[in-house]
Design a protein around this ligand. Structure first.
Ligand code: UDP
Length: 401
């Protein structure tokens, strides 16, 4: 194996999860030392999947699993089709034409011709974009489909098209029990997790936080209410603005909506533009890829919102909780897996509830501190990447004869 000295050593996790847990992970990885694994998804940045694959693929190498990370290559029309599929898997309508299926299938045929996936011992395919790659191989190892999106109410027309292909895999992994489908293939649940040492999550000094906010002209004279999310209808940025406006009748604060656009999400720029005319005094929209700004905002915020309408998991929730910031999350998808209502944050079902919880938290410093403490503890116990690494090792080993 190459020397991997420049990255955060996995041993650093011992301070958080204990040496015994780390030893257990190494012991589990030993029998599959040198196994060749490939992860395939469709974007290198923007969104939770890339956020996890980056450090997870490194951790896997650090325990001796020879792991690669490959990206799909596609034109904009391919990603426009796959974004519609993503939306339909989260329950939206879809107009599924021959032309769209042809675009989708053709791009995957070409990617399959270039990828030579038969040289691996385990193939892990993430989300619907690369799902059909499997059609172009005679399998010689286990293939795993890892779906990260909210499958609680998928569009049935699209499911009819995709399910026979899902069934070609050897295992399907989803983020929550309620996302399991009626498939022949065994299904497992892996909740996502964060890298606590990344630029996005590492400790920052107050000066570092203030410098980042100052750089973007974000005022800190009033408490900050923050949502960090791709500009996407499912993240309900409009609902965030509406809730903030209602809350401001009772408390004074500044709202910051920070978003980026993933390369596989062509709808983002239009949604961002549609929100721009709502900028006003104390409502700030920023579209920028700056992970250190994400960190600074989640730390400085008095309250973080994640008012999603559908949410596969919502890594942004865990990211803020890790920083000891209370989160008000939509009571959908993976968010209730992270927030216990009234204990380490609040769960809400509409704009009025969100506004009410903003007011309650902004008026009560002790409540914020108490929830923040519980939130950080939840992340240490459940949502660090080493837990996810161990689940993958268990899954890879489950296929050993
Ligand atoms: N993110 C970011 N900058 C932004 C918006 C989002 O770095 O402006 C990151 C965010 O910190 C998180 C990921 O993108 O790590 C979003 O993951 P999540 O699971 O919350 O949602 P997804 O985008 O995958 O639906």
């Amino acid at each position: 194996m190459e020397r991997l000295g420049v990255m955060t050593p996995i041993e650093k996790y011992a301070d958080l999860i204990g040496q015994a847990a780390l030893d257990r992970i190494f012991a589990k990885a030993r029998p599959i030392f040198g196994m060749r694994v490939v992860h395939i998804n469709s974007t290198y940045n923007g969104g939770g999947v890339a956020e996890m694959l980056d450090p997870l693929s490194i951790l896997m190498n650090q325990v001796g699993i020879e792991t690669e990370w490959h990206l799909l290559q596609g034109e904009l029309d391919f990603f426009s089709v796959t974004k519609k599929m993503h939306n339909a898997l989260q329950g939206a309508e879809i107009h599924q034409t021959q032309r769209k299926m042809q675009i989708y299938e053709e791009v995957l045929r070409k990617n399959a011709a270039r990828m030579h996936l038969n040289r691996f011992d385990r193939v892990v395919v993430h989300d619907p974009q690369p799902l059909f790659l499997i059609n172009h191989y005679t399998k010689n190892c286990p293939w795993i489909w890892r779906c990260h999106i909210d499958l609680s109410r998928p569009n049935p027309t699209l499911m009819n098209y995709l399910m026979p292909v899902m069934d070609k895999y050897d295992a399907v992994v989803v983020s929550a029990e309620q996302y399991k489908q009626r498939l022949q293939v065994p299904q497992r649940i892996f909740m996502p997790a964060i890298n606590p040492f990344s630029i996005k999550n590492k400790e920052l000094t107050e000066d570092e936080v203030d410098e980042r906010l100052w750089h973007y002209g974000i005022p800190t004279d009033l408490p900050l209410v923050v949502q960090v999310s791709r500009f996407d209808i499912w993240k309900d940025p409009q609902g965030v603005i509406d809730a903030f406006k209602i809350a401001r009748r009772q408390v004074n604060a500044t709202l910051v909506l920070l978003g980026n656009v993933a390369t596989d999400d062509p709808e983002g720029p239009a949604i961002y533009k549609s929100l721009l005319d709502q900028q006003e005094d104390r409502i700030i929209l920023i579209s920028k890829d700056d992970t250190c700004l994400v960190n600074a905002l989640q730390r400085k915020a008095a309250v973080v919102l994640q008012k999603s309408l559908r949410e596969g998991f919502g890594l942004t929730v865990t990211e803020a909780m890790w920083k000891g910031t209370p989160v008000i999350g939509g009571n959908v998808g993976g968010i209730p897996l992270q927030i216990e209502d009234g204990v380490n944050g609040f769960l809400v079902s509409d704009v009025e509830e969100a506004a009410d919880r903003i007011v309650r938290l902004l008026k009560d410093r002790r409540l914020r501190e108490r929830m923040g403490r519980h939130a950080r503890q939840t992340v240490i116990e459940k949502f660090l990447l080493t837990r996810l690494l161990e689940q993958y090792i268990d899954l890879f080993r489950a296929f050993e004869t």
